[in-house]
Write a protein that binds this ligand. Structure first.
Ligand SMILES: *Cc1c(COP(=O)(O)O)cnc(C)c1O
Length: 389
């Protein structure tokens, strides 16, 4: 981010002296990967989610998703349902497992999450599971999705990269399906630089995930170091998806700071919504859904149907405001069109969202003045005529 001096950056790290000290302490202790810090982080993360068994720390959410496919026995010949409106990793993990991703449309312009009606329509005798994504940290329609999954005997993998620690009426996001996969990438609500977490209530799945994380070796270097064993056996083909203790130490501090950061996000979103309600040209997804709890990972808006988005982005950039797009429709990426035969028109709502969505800056360090700056500029753009295609 050095070099570009945004007046309003899209996101910001919440790292300060506490994390720096924790990381330095790990380096001074001279055990820098998957040791005490990782064990503690796994225990503390599960505790926060109200889960009885420790989570499995990984080096990314993508690693956790791939591991989830493996431990649930998803492979060649299987189909897995996944929203088109997501980051590509949600679908890529299905391909990594040798299975077929089947893309599900978004529900509406007010709720970008997967549409349960379209989901059920796309179930075949080969369907084995569903990757549910909680877009922006807003819960997908879990009561209905879980009912469909039960009815058709499908595994449910929650991609909770956007939404750690979100309480819903059914329980916390990530704990509602068979497996939950979290991300601690730098732009997410809590970070370890790179990192991820796999959670489950099933001890067998967790044990298998641990093997997949580390070469399917029966014994870790950590327990060897402590003299618990001298040899190991290999009972499968595993990866190296381990987290470092450096990252885990950072994650433990980030977890402690989570609630305060969350409150800040909440207030900023309220401010955005209050200001932007005077612009009927913009759709504010989830704003009118009562009790839509969220981690407020991002603040998405939908531009008018005839807007030229690149013009809006350019104009905001000129004002020093950084924006982004979440996401291009996944089923229209070249690779998926070629490998799955997906086409324009397969997921019309997601396609329209992909063309019109704009993500505004949101992070705990944002000030109300910066929110107002963004809203003032959007007001000026809406007042002008020249931003149409
Ligand atoms: C960021 C993200 C991922 C991937 O997380 P990594 O930790 O970077 O592998 C997966 N799914 C969604 C929805 C994401 O936003």
């Amino acid at each position: 981010m050095k070099g570009v001096d945004w007046r309003v950056p899209l996101y910001s790290l919440t790292i300060d002296e506490e994390e720096i000290k924790a990381v330095s302490d790990v380096m001074r202790d001279r055990w820098i990967t998957m040791g005490h810090q990782t064990e503690q982080f796994e225990a503390e993360f599960s505790q926060r989610l109200g889960l009885p068994l420790p989570s499995v720390a990984m080096n990314s959410c993508t690693a956790a998703l791939h591991t989830a496919m493996h431990v649930l026995g998803i492979g060649p010949g299987d189909e897995v349902l996944v929203p088109s409106m997501t980051f590509v990793a949600s679908a890529a993990c299905i391909k990594m497992a040798g299975a077929k991703p089947v893309f599900v449309d978004s529900q509406s312009f007010h709720d970008f999450n997967m549409d349960p009606l379209d989901l059920e329509k796309k179930i075949t005798s080969n369907t084995k599971g569903i990757v549910v994504v909680h877009y922006g940290g807003y819960s997908a329609n879990m009561p209905i999705i879980l009912e469909i999954a039960r009815k058709h005997d499908l595994k449910v993998i929650e991609d909770v990269a956007h939404g750690p620690l979100v309480h819903t009426s059914l329980g916390m996001l990530g704990t509602l399906g068979d497996i939950g996969c979290f991300s601690f990438f730098s732009t997410k609500n809590m970070t370890t630089g790179e990192g991820g977490m796999l959670v489950s209530r099933d001890a067998d799945l967790l044990a298998k995930a641990k093997l997949h994380r580390s070469h399917y070796m029966g014994t870790s270097s950590w327990s060897k170091h402590h003299g618990r064993s001298v040899s190991y056996n290999v009972t499968g083909v595993g990866m190296n998806y381990r987290m470092t203790d450096i990252g885990a130490a950072m994650g433990r501090i980030q977890l402690q700071k989570y609630d305060a950061n969350q409150q800040a996000r909440e207030q900023l979103v309220q401010r955005f919504r209050y200001r932007l309600r005077s612009l009927p040209q913009l759709i504010l997804p989830y704003a009118d859904i009562p009790e839509a709890a969220s981690s407020h990972h991002i603040f998405p808006v939908l531009l008018p149907m005839d807007a030229d988005r690149s013009e809006w982005i350019e104009r905001l950039k000129e004002a020093g405001i950084q924006t982004s797009v979440h996401y291009p429709a996944c089923h229209l990426f070249q690779y998926y069109m070629e490998s799955e035969g997906t086409r324009k028109g397969d997921c019309p709502v997601a396609e329209a969202i992909a063309e019109r969505e704009l993500t505004l800056p949101l992070h705990p360090h944002l000030s109300f003045e910066q929110v107002d700056l963004v809203c003032d500029e959007l007001e000026r753009i809406c007042a002008g005529e020249r931003m149409l295609r």
